[in-house]
Design a protein around this ligand. Structure first.
Ligand SMILES: [Zn+2]
Ligand SMILES: [Zn+2]
Length: 367
């Protein structure tokens, strides 16, 4: 079928919307009419190439939400007409998949970044030439997508898909870090470095879980103000001198948990130095350049440092739960979103890259 898709080509500033061809779903796939798709920094990096080695030309997008048009013969949990949020792609049979940690599937790298299905084929083509796709099992910067059914989560039709879309990656990562990776309990404390969509989602989840103190650290005053509205109990300027001392002044015994959503090397170090005894620091992206640290901080105090993908969450459980909290007004993730028409994808990429918006969401059309 003919679709409109935003195609990333090497050297271009942003993806360009063009006509493309989309093949039918296989037995474990669904055809989805995309209604909305969030843009994540991983899309921006994959578009630019380099750090995220997805082959070009490619259709990116991994926070898609839409309506199922057709389901493959092997898909049991979805049917035409269902509203879905698309998360990542996973094999379903490896140890992590069996334990419901699909973001640690042993095939997660080729399934997310390989630019094709695992057999090398692509549902996308253009003028007879193959086009890379299946980015995170979806490639949702398009009017229609062939998605990996395992990663598609059915959601209530009462929930606007534009609100639900970012749950596929960014919001789930931040909230999941608090609820699953840290397992934060009432009365505990958290420091969040960076108040973008991941950091603010962590802050909202910390309030939900009953955190006593939540310190937001960000260089932008408007983001610190939003962090305070969404549940932070203190907000500090990332540029302040002696930032670690300033955090320690608020939390003299150190924090139970620290979440680093940045790629700034010094922040990885700071996230360890603010921890209390047995504290856990986690990060969601690799540092932009390597850094060195003394492991003394980890040894004395039994602290740990964790990398995490997808917030350690099981999307089929966590996404409906967070949407339920959103409906109750207890997880106001709509506050993070700025909408853009699909045709304005270039402006949306720019706005995200320059931190003018927190979570841009493209609107492909009404459900
Ligand atoms: Zn992402
Ligand atoms: Zn797997």
């Amino acid at each position: 079928m003919k679709i409109r898709a935003a195609i990333s080509r090497s050297g271009e500033a942003a993806p360009v919307i063009e006509e493309a061809e989309l093949g039918p779903p296989r037995s474990d796939e669904i055809l989805v009419r995309i209604v909305a798709a969030g843009i994540c920094h991983t899309d921006v990096r994959a578009h630019r190439g380099g750090a995220v080695p997805t082959p070009h030309p490619v259709v990116l997008g991994h926070e898609g939400a839409g309506v199922v048009e057709a389901a493959g013969s092997g898909v049991m949990h979805l049917k035409a007409g269902d509203h879905v949020v698309l998360s990542g792609s996973s094999c379903g049979t490896c140890p992590s998949c069996r334990e419901n940690y699909p973001s640690y599937c042993r095939e997660v790298i080729p399934r997310s970044f390989g630019g094709s299905r695992m057999d090398g084929s692509s549902a996308l083509s253009q003028g007879g030439a193959p086009l890379h796709g299946h980015f995170f099992g979806q490639s949702s910067f398009a009017t229609y997508a062939i998605a990996d059914a395992r990663g598609a989560v059915r959601v209530s039709k009462e929930i606007p898909l534009e609100i639900a879309a970012p749950l596929g990656c960014g919001v789930l990562t931040g909230a999941g870090a608090v609820l699953y990776t840290f397992g934060l309990k009432a009365g505990q404390s958290l420091v969040v470095f960076g108040s973008g969509s991941v950091g603010l989602s962590a802050i909202m989840a910390a309030r939900l879980a009953g955190a006593q103190q939540v310190i937001a650290v960000d260089p932008l005053p408007q983001r610190r103000a939003l962090a305070l509205e969404l549940g932070a109990t203190a907000a500090l300027d990332a540029a302040s001198e002696n930032l670690v001392d300033a955090i320690r002044a608020v939390l003299p015994g150190g924090a139970d948990f620290a979440l680093n959503t940045t790629i700034v090397p010094q922040v990885y170090e700071a996230s360890l130095r603010v921890l209390g005894m047995r504290g856990v620091a986690a990060f969601v992206s690799a540092p932009r350049e390597p850094f060195t640290t003394s492991l003394q901080t980890l040894l004395h105090g039994g602290r740990s440092l964790r990398g995490l993908i997808g917030g350690d969450a099981a999307p089929q459980v966590a996404i409906p739960m967070l949407l339920y909290f959103w409906q109750q007004g207890r997880f106001p993730m709509d506050r993070l979103i700025t909408s853009f028409e699909f045709s304005a994808i270039g402006a949306a990429f720019e706005a995200l890259h320059h931190a003018r918006v927190i979570k841009p969401v493209l609107r492909m059309g009404a459900p």
